[in-house]
Design a protein around this ligand. Structure first.
Ligand SMILES: O=C(O)c1cc(=O)[nH]c(=O)n1[C@@H]1O[C@H](COP(=O)(O)O)[C@@H](O)[C@H]1O
Length: 238
């Protein structure tokens, strides 16, 4: 992966997507389709965006018994997306099954989508890990453990916060993909995110890719906001 800036298309329908993408003229983008949009529009939204020439991260965060995840991934592999994900909390058997499903479902001659595992959501704090998930460990240790499980299961990388990237690059190696949401420009509201960072911090710390939603999509001028985030991510501006 060439260190993409992934825009989260967290919109309610195709009309909102088209309106948003109309600001971008000829630019080739890497976009993320998540639950909000996919549950409403279904697979046709993927072919629609593909026809426009953009790369796609299909973010459905699969988390179920191994067989269900395997069969679901067989289907998703046929959609010709570039990146999919699961929750690492589903365990090694589930993650291995996800890869098997992707391999089986990928049409001959095509490359299977990369598959990454969510370690701990960027909305999760140390307090939540202890008080709600009842995991009596440091959040960093939990992220590292889940990342190791993902690696052992044959996945291509993880979703984590920017704050864990240096540790993962050091302990697992920087060819393991780290996709980091929770990205905010300096003065933006964090909203529901907890472990946040600016794009230039993500650049400095070595994220493979950043995922940016509201700091672009909810701005008055999304194209300007995108250019601003992009410069920061490329280390050109803070
Ligand atoms: O898998 C994800 O993309 C994801 C994982 C995670 O830990 N945190 C997280 O925010 N995301 C997604 O990244 C996007 C972040 O959006 P903003 O908070 O608006 O920038 C949303 O679409 C989330 O679903």
């Amino acid at each position: 992966m060439q260190r993409p800036l992934i825009i989260a298309l967290d919109f309610k329908d195709r009309n909102e997507v088209d309106e948003f993408l109309s600001h971008f003229r000829e630019e080739k983008l890497f976009v993320k389709v998540g639950m909000e949009l996919f549950y409403q529009e279904g697979p046709s939204i993927i072919s629609h965006i593909k026809q426009l020439g953009h790369d796609i991260f299909l973010d459905l965060k699969l988390h179920d018994i191994p067989n269900t995840v395997k069969q679901a991934m067989r289907g998703l592999a046929k959609l010709d997306v570039d990146l999919v994900n699961v929750h690492a909390a589903g365990g090694k058997k589930m993650m291995t099954a996800a890869i098997e499903g992707l391999i089986e479902g990928t049409p001959a001659g095509k490359k299977r989508p990369n598959c990454i595992a969510v370690t701990q959501l960027t909305s999760t704090s140390q307090e939540m890990v202890q008080d709600e998930l009842l995991i009596d460990k440091n959040l960093d240790d939990v992220v590292l453990h889940y990342a190791k499980l993902a690696k052992e299961s044959g996945l291509d990388g993880v979703v984590c916060s920017t704050h864990e990237v240096e540790m993962l690059n050091e302990k697992i190696g920087d060819s393991f993909i780290t996709v980091t949401p929770g990205i905010r420009m300096k003065d933006d509201s964090a909203y529901d995110q907890t472990r946040i960072a600016t794009p230039d911090q993500a650049h400095e710390l070595g994220s493979t890719a950043i995922v940016v939603g509201r700091s672009i999509t909810k701005q008055q001028n999304p194209y300007e906001a995108y250019l601003h985030v992009k410069k920061s991510w490329e280390g050109i501006e803070g």
